[in-house]
Design a binder for this molecule. Sequence first.
Ligand code: 4AD
Ligand code: MG
Length: 461
Amino acid sequence: PAPTKAKILHLTPLRSKRVRVRGWVHRLRDQKGIIFIVLRDGTGYLQCVLSGVAAKTYEALTLTMESTVELTGTLQPVPEGKTAPGGHELTVDYWKVLGAAPGADDAFTNRLNEKSDPSILADLRHLVIRGETASSVLRLRAAMLSAFRESYAAHSLTEVTPPCMVQTQVEGGATLFKFDYYGQPAFLTQSSQLYLETCLPALGDVFCVQESFRAENSHTRRHLSEYTHLEAELGFIDFNDLMTHIEAIICETVDRLLANPSTAALIKSLNPSFTAPARPFLRLSYVDAIKWLNEHKILHPKEDADGNEVKDAEGNLIMVEHAVGDDIAEAAERQMTDIIGTPVFLYGFPKELKAFYMKRMDSAEVDGHVFTESCDLLMPGVGEIVGGSMRISDSDELIAAYKREGIDPSPYYWYTDQRKYGTCEHGGYGLGVERLLAWLANRYTVRECSLYPRWPGRATP
Ligand code: 4AD
Ligand code: MG
């Protein structure tokens, strides 16, 4: 009978039938004249057995890993006592090579493994993603994004696609990528927040999944120059509603992933000890976090008035306690989150540490500092994965904020209009997709969580 063409994922109902599959030679083993191929087609892995004449041809004897092949045969349950992906294997009776790969002295088979030099792994990322771990991370990423979309639909948020090419900044001029736009200065977007705010009166609560760009010269394991930014904006809420919403969206998305057996298996294979975080998340004010750091003897390098680190006579950094007004640096933040060991909302940051658009918190000054209705969500192992805030809703207050930050208000006319034509109390947040995935999939760096990561000096492949 004519074979049924099928993808590996859909083979189970075709057991004992003749089938035809196509894919890449993922693993290859010659055992006493019988050739075992693990075939990979992107939907799964299938063990295929070539014996007799089929295993003796020139093509069979010179077959290499990563070649593309077409295999036809009968799908058999694996013999008792043996295991194979899907519980079946293909007894091949007819096959051909569609595209041979170089084999023996080739980069993929010889040079690449987990211990390879990071710059080789980065240059050969297009081949690395064929591996089991890298492709599992990318598959989990896809599942995570669709689960987020389902969670947003359940909360009645509408998806929009804001532009990447912009003429306004959101998170400060220092990290903008600038380019020439038909003779005018323009930037790659740092955040779609301002556009989302303008959508509230049009569409109600909204979200987007959009690339953001940061010209940060940070070579850390959690910074990228381009990252996928999941942002949402909600109208007629207060600060407490905002944090409750962030927590709900993240927990419901994780629950969706764990409720799906194939995604749950992916998480288990990448991150065996993963458990869904308990709700509610701990909420710790910035002022209390400063006290906590000092109580736990977590210090930070002393800086001079220009922000340069100060060293002693022997050239060692001078470490000092945190004071209200200090930025909580990545190292201190990470130590704190790892000791606490659960997700933490850090909230109420001093105004001078945060962006111009943030609403002031109704709380007493401490050491001359005023605070904002802002929050960062910190995850163990990664640190900050979400940054959010309530926004200034009054147009005069916003105009004063532009002035204080030295921002020319004219290119922001449309943003100011959001307050002029019927304002509302509103807030939102941005979530770093690669950072959340690093937490979920237990990856050491966000670079493993991006298809083709960009960091200072790297824009290839
Ligand atoms: O804290 P950020 O800068 O906040 C904003 O951009 C707000 N305008 C978002 C909003 O309210 N709509 O960035 C938000 C998140 C961070 O918490 C982090 O997860 C991620 O974006 N992020 C980065 N991820 C990878 N590489 C970088 N360089 C990142 N910078 C920020
Ligand atoms: Mg932030």
